[in-house]
Every structure is written in structure tokens, then in C-alpha cells.
Design a protein around this ligand. Structure first.
Ligand SMILES: Nc1ncnc2c1ncn2[C@@H]1O[C@H](COP(=O)(O)OP(=O)(O)OP(=O)(O)O)[C@@H](O)[C@H]1O
Ligand SMILES: [Mg+2]
Length: 253
């Protein structure tokens, strides 16, 4: 007997994260109208589409920050959209890294303290947390900024600090929403090259939201959203290249 696969579902070997038939509205206006995507370990995936197409909403749902109205989100085979806020928050602390357009670095903390923060919040002691933070700053070429505070940094420098902070817990998935949107194109390409380079080295899965085709070229795969639906995927050439909250959404609790 032939089995029919469930509709609107992509699945693949080594799947780390998947969304199936995600529906999400804000009040009466639908933002996502049945979105299914799947990402394997080490995938660098670009989510593109016009403004208002639902990119950020999808990312927030995938990261367990926003709950879908319908559909399923799975991480490592485990259904996460039905889990408690505490469980999802723990997931974000340990398995996920997040990076947004404005890195949401804490202005009162030094670069090194900013990067150490997710470790400190997970109970790592100050000394090892600060040592790890230092090495991540080094990795992104901003070790010299360790003792500086964000107001003394350029946008590109601050974003590298935010990137180091997003990766310091060595997450399985990095969610990045327009991570270079606030940078000039040179600084943006620099940060992107480092982001994708380090992620590829570490086998981190990356979901990169952007409306910029140049940014999408750094990804292995592109998913295009339009009016809350997946329009179609295209294979792109592989490139060489908060406080802890976003808006009203808390990343870590
Ligand atoms: N907090 C909110 N309250 C009400 N409506 C919202 C909210 N956030 C998003 N929307 C609406 O949901 C739809 C999808 O928005 P979303 O922010 O996901 O789009 P986007 O693709 O990320 O756009 P952009 O490229 O401008 O960032 C839009 O119609 C938007 O107006
Ligand atoms: Mg957006």
C-alpha cells in the first residue's frame, strides 16, 4: 500500500529544526499562512521576501519566542511549540543563539561582559565565562574591545560583539534577523563572512532573515516568503563568505 506523505512537509536526513504548516496571526491579520520549512545540521538558510511577508514572525516562531496559532515546530525531533515557556527559554539559553539587526548589546556592560552574559545566566561561573567570552571576541577580531562599552563602538564592532554573544554557548542553531541591516555594506559583508565562516566550522545551523540578495548569497539555500507563505526555494551559490529581549519578546528569562 502506498503511503501519502503529510501535506506541506519537507523532511530530510539530519534534520535539526522544522516547521510544519505554521499559521500565525496578529489579531485578525494573518502573518503566516501555512509555512513549512526544514533545516539540517550545518545548513545556512536564508529566509527572504518583501517587507511584511512574515520573515521575522517565522523566525520568532522557530526560536520558540512566539507561539504559532497552528502547526508544529520541532527541534531535534522534539515538539517545542507545545512546551512551557520555561522549557523554551531553557532551549534558547542552551541550544539556540539569536542575533538581531541592532545587536541588543547591553550598553552598561563591557564587550567581554556582554559576551559572557548568556553563560552567566546558565550558571557558568564568572571566571570561565569571562575566559570563554574573551576567546569569542578574539575569534571575531574584536578582542581589543574587551573592556569597552557599546556606546564607544562602531556599529560593526557592536554587531560582532552581539555575534560573539550569540555563539558563546555554542548553540546548535543561530537565528539572525537582518543581522547586517544597520551596517554599511562593507562592514555588513565582513560580519556575514565571519558569521557564516564560524557557523560552517562549528556545524551550526543558521537561519538568516534578510531582504538583501547579497546577504542571501552567503547561504546554502534560500526560502522566499510572500504574504505569509513559502513562494519557492532556490539554490544559491555558497558564499565565502538583547538586553535580552527583542521588542516585547524576551529571549532569555
Ligand atoms: N507585533 C505585531 N503586531 C501586529 N502586527 C504585526 C506585528 N508584527 C508583525 N505584524 C504584521 O505581520 C506581518 C508580517 O510581519 P513580519 O514582521 O513577520 O514581516 P517581515 O517579513 O519580517 O517584514 P520586514 O522585512 O519589514 O521586517 C505584517 O503584515 C506585519 O504588519
Ligand atoms: Mg522583519
Amino acid at each position: 500500500m502506498m503511503t501519502t506523505p503529510p501535506p506541506n512537509t519537507e523532511s530530510m536526513e539530519g534534520e535539526v529544526l522544522s516547521a510544519r504548516s505554521i499559521v500565525r496571526s496578529y489579531g485578525n491579520s494573518p502573518a503566516l499562512r501555512g509555512v513549512s520549512i526544514s533545516a539540517a545540521r550545518g545548513d545556512v538558510l536564508a529566509i527572504t521576501g518583501p517587507s511584511g511577508s512574515g520573515k521575522s514572525t517565522l523566525l520568532l516562531c522557530l526560536a520558540g519566542i512566539l507561539l504559532p496559532d497552528a502547526g508544529e515546530i520541532r527541534f531535534a525531533g522534539r515538539r517545542i511549540d507545545t512546551e512551557s515557556e520555561a522549557a523554551r527559554s531553557a532551549l534558547r539559553r542552551h541550544e539556540f543563539g539569536v542575533l538581531f539587526q541592532f545587536g541588543q548589546v547591553v550598553p552598561e556592560l563591557t564587550a567581554q561582559e556582554n559576551v559572557a552574559l548568556p553563560l552567566l545566566l546558565s550558571g557558568v561561573r564568572r571566571r570561565p565565562a569571562m575566559t570563554a567570552a574573551r576567546s569569542w571576541l578574539d575569534r571575531f577580531g574584536v578582542a581589543q574591545l574587551a573592556d569597552q562599552r557599546p556606546p564607544q563602538m562602531s556599529g560593526g564592532q557592536a554587531q560582532r560583539v552581539a555575534l560573539a554573544r550569540a555563539l558563546v554557548t555554542e548553540p546548535q542553531v543561530l537565528f539572525a534577523d537582518e543581522p547586517t541591516g544597520a551596517l554599511d555594506s562593507l562592514a555588513g559583508e565582513d560580519v556575514l563572512g565571519q558569521l557564516t565562516g564560524v557557523a560552517r566550522e562549528a556545524g551550526t545551523t543558521v537561519l538568516l532573515v534578510t531582504h538583501d540578495a547579497k546577504v542571501a548569497a552567503y547561504a546554502d539555500r534560500e526560502i522566499v516568503l510572500r504574504d505569509g507563505m513559502v513562494e519557492g526555494g532556490a539554490v544559491s551559490a555558497a558564499g565565502s563568505a538583547g538586553a535580552m529581549s527583542v521588542g516585547q519578546h524576551r529571549i532569555y528569562t
